[in-house]
Design a protein around this ligand. Structure first.
Ligand SMILES: C[S@@+](CC[C@H](N)C(=O)[O-])C[C@H]1O[C@@H](n2cnc3c(N)ncnc32)[C@H](O)[C@@H]1O
Length: 258
């Protein structure tokens, strides 16, 4: 199948065209069944989970043995999918909490949901790519850091020196949603797509779980965020969404025309 292309196809037809064991990294951002758009509506939970399991079954066979998958969803759907994925032989390396820093649905009867889940899965626990040094994050305390860099800090009888690139990345990620970032005077703006993912968050996944020239699969590509970042980081990409308008937009984005 042609690389560096976004296909306007249903996910099932698309995945059937991908060769077995060919993908290094998949970032999958499917519908969540929360009725955010027409494409996010299912008759009931049964219909939703049978759709999810159908395409996941096809995807898992297309991943290389050393490959990695990042799967977006809400907590409830993720909790339902974890046993299914584990039964298929995949390890849940991390349940990543994306702290979005803006409310999903205002509510006065319960806490406002301000997070989404990203399941980080690999087939093998040790042989996958994980470039932890490329995704270090700043230390919290900059005051102590300066002196620690010079003199070190005593830890378990040894001197510890902070890493100049920052500390290791945890499984709680703080990124404002695109919807929030693009607000004007506090008002959400109408965009071509309701849920584009922040580029910086996708960048972290690609840097950590792939190397240059690897193949990144952008499943449910929407505005093409994953493909766009993969291209910027010298990875091959291949994407799919069944909405013509979104696919056309992503192609323009990839050509830097929007
Ligand atoms: C959560 S959005 C993805 C957003 C994307 N990550 C971005 O950054 O713009 C989910 C996407 O799945 C697409 N979609 C829904 N059902 C699909 C199907 N059966 N096959 C292919 N794409 C589908 C929708 O058109 C929508 O763009």
């Amino acid at each position: 199948m042609k690389l560096n292309e976004i296909f306007c196809l249903d996910v099932i037809d698309f995945l059937k065209k991908i060769p077995m064991k060919s993908i290094d990294l998949c970032i999958a951002d499917p519908p969540y069944n929360v009725s955010i758009e027409k494409w996010d509506m299912f008759k009931n939970e049964n219909e939703y989970f049978s759709f999810m399991k159908r395409w996941l079954n096809l995807l898992l066979n297309r991943m290389k043995n050393e490959g990695s998958i990042y799967l977006f969803n809400n907590q409830y759907n993720s909790a339902v999918l974890v046993p299914f994925l584990k039964n298929k032989g995949w390890n849940l390396n991390n349940w990543i909490t994306w702290y979005k820093k803006d409310g999903f649905h205002p509510s006065k009867t319960k806490y406002i949901s301000n997070q989404e889940t990203i399941l980080y899965l690999t087939k093998n626990s040790y042989s996958h790519t994980f470039n932890y040094d490329d995704i270090r994050v700043p230390y919290l305390s900059s005051d102590r850091l300066e002196s620690a860099q010079k003199k070190g800090i005593s830890k378990n009888g040894k001197r510890w020196f902070p890493n100049a690139k920052g500390k290791l990345c945890t499984d709680v990620w703080e990124f404002s949603s695109d919807r929030h970032n693009k607000k004007i005077n506090g008002k959400v703006q109408k965009n071509i797509h309701p849920t584009p993912k922040p580029e910086k968050m996708i960048e972290r996944m690609i840097l950590a779980s792939s190397n240059e020239k690897d193949i990144v699969l952008d499943l449910f590509s929407g505005t093409g965020t994953t493909s766009y970042v993969a291209k910027k980081l010298n990875r091959f990409y291949i994407g799919c969404d069944n909405n013509k308008e979104y696919v056309e937009f992503s192609k323009k984005r990839l050509d830097n025309k929007c």
